[in-house]
Design a protein around this ligand. Structure first.
Ligand SMILES: Cc1ncc(COP(=O)(O)O)c(C=O)c1O
Length: 391
């Protein structure tokens, strides 16, 4: 009866069974995987956010396939703050970045076509591709002890075949926190143009830069000459995933952009999924950005310093170079498999971390922690991790 694309193995793994048992027993877990920003004790301006979302004009339905003009202008103003000129007609609103992906996959691929995604990378991408009948093929990011992460352009190009339709770039990438370099974006643009591919650039973490670097691309908007779709949304930029607003900015090749926008407009007209209250609220909500981001930066800075100080003298544990984002990738050199490590840590120390394989790291020996947990939880969890596996 059901489609192949919904036929996922839904059996819980050892880690999720253990977590379920512990949670139902009432054990206090130090959760170093938390990515829900509304659960980490941020101080939101609740009155202003709810007032912005309850404007009486939301009671009139004024459907616009691209999204209401006021909201698109607010998004264009966000890019103006980043030094980029964006035409509000090149902005298309969705309910989330995930939905934006699924619209773009429908726009670009026929069933059985391929998209290229980064490895290590965000696990949801291959599922989103599959739901649209596409195959996600991973291209590797390589790690260098001095320079951090970079793209392997030769391997990426060798993966392109007549079924390839788009390259997905997550900038900065989740979980590696690495930005694409200017030179890489230029090269990628050429690869896309030579092969008739679109570029999809997911920038949900782009505001969360750890340190200035003139080489990195903070946004691909106006900086790519291939047909490019830049994705972002309120779930990370404003730490408000529950208000549900995402967007696509169409940029790059002018002729292809016009064609893409006309098709996108038609497709989005069938969904009209972004709600009026959030669209009318967009401008006011974006004014909350600095206040919310400041708190996240401060949390990340405290947790990062704790982590670095604690592992400085531990010879078999190091954190990988991180340029941005909400996560830290940690490498542990020992003979323990990732699966055993995360199960052991939860079982013996009530501490939850993500194994590297969850993000498709190329081998065992990596784990990923969120830098968002309250400092006392983060530091207690890291202390337990080091006590168990530090050598
Ligand atoms: C890289 C990346 N893109 C997109 C999303 C999803 O964003 P949204 O909540 O807007 O669908 C996430 C969520 O964690 C993410 O990590």
């Amino acid at each position: 009866m059901f489609s192949d694309r919904s036929n996922w193995d839904q059996h819980p793994n050892a880690l999720s069974i253990l977590l379920q048992n512990k949670t139902s027993r009432g054990d206090a877990i130090l959760d170093l995987t938390v990515s829900n920003p509304t659960r980490i004790g941020l101080d939101y301006d609740v009155g202003e956010i709810l007032a912005a979302l309850s404007q009486p004009r939301s009671m009139t339905y004024e459907p616009d396939p691209r999204g209401l003009m006021q909201a698109r202008e607010a998004i264009a103003a966000y890019y103006a703050d980043h030094g980029e000129d964006v035409d509000s007609d090149a902005v298309f609103l969705t309910a989330s970045t995930s939905e934006a992906y699924s619209i773009l996959f429908k726009l670009l691929g026929n069933p059985g076509d391929e998209i290229l995604i980064p490895k290590p990378g965000y696990p949801l991408l291959s599922y989103l591709a599959c739901f649209e009948g596409l195959n996600a093929v991973s291209y590797p990011l390589r790690y260098d002890d001095r320079k951090g992460w970079s793209m392997d352009m030769d391997v990426l190009q060798a993966l392109i075949n007549p079924k390839t339709k788009a390259i997905v770039l997550v900038n900065p990438n989740n979980p590696t926190g690495s930005y694409v370099r200017r030179r890489e974006l230029t090269e990628l643009g050429q690869v896309c143009r030579d092969n008739g591919l679109a570029l999809i650039v997911d920038e949900v973490f782009s505001d969360f830069m750890a340190a200035e670097n003139p080489d990195r691309v903070q946004t691909a908007v106006n900086h790519s000459n291939a047909l490019t779709f830049v994705l972002n949304g309120f779930s990370k930029t404003l730490a408000l995933p529950q208000v549900k607003l995402g967007w696509i900015v169409v940029t790059g090749d002018p002729d292809l952009s016009v064609k893409a926008m006309s098709r996108l407009e038609m497709m989005l007209d069938f969904y009209l999924s972004s709600s009026a209250p959030v669209q009318y609220a967009a401008k006011r909500l974006l004014q909350q950005r600095q206040m919310i981001q400041r708190q996240i930066f401060s949390r990340i800075a405290s947790n990062t310093s704790f982590l670095e100080e604690q592992i400085a003298t531990i010879s078999n544990i190091r954190s990988l170079i991180r340029e941005a984002g909400w996560y830290a990738a940690i490498e542990i050199s020992d003979a323990v498999s990732d699966e055993n490590r995360v199960v052991q840590l939860l079982d013996q120390d009530n501490t939850l971390v993500h194994p590297g394989y969850f993000y498709d790291f190329h081998r065992d020996g990596f784990l990923v922690v969120s830098l968002l947990p309250p400092v006392d939880i983060f530091s207690a969890g890291i202390t337990r991790l080091i006590a168990r596996f530090g050598g």
